[in-house]
Write a protein that binds this ligand. Structure first.
Ligand SMILES: [Zn+2]
Length: 82
């Protein structure tokens, strides 16, 4: 591997792990139509079960881990993705 900036072959490869969290959201259309109507009703009639459900819901967040390779030039210090 060669550095694109200085042309040096003294390049170190490093593995970088990136974790991104995504929160599941209901669509805007859902809230504009029935979301606002159904949610309070559910809270009224199913407060406790829903509360438990909300607390112990397994996949509230979806974690996405991606491993990227990063090359770092030992000569000039330039880093770029491989
Ligand atoms: Zn370089």
């Amino acid at each position: 591997m060669r550095c694109p900036r200085c042309g040096s072959t003294q390049v170190a490869i490093q593995a970088v792990t990136e974790t991104t969290f995504k929160t599941k959201r209901k669509s805007l259309l859902y809230w504009l139509t029935i979301g606002w109507l159904i949610e309070p009703l559910l809270w009224i009639f199913l407060t406790l079960p829903k509360l438990f459900f909300e607390l112990f819901k397994p996949h509230r967040f979806t974690a996405k881990t991606t491993t990227k390779k990063l090359a770092i030039c030992q000569n000039c210090g330039k880093s770029w993705r491989v």
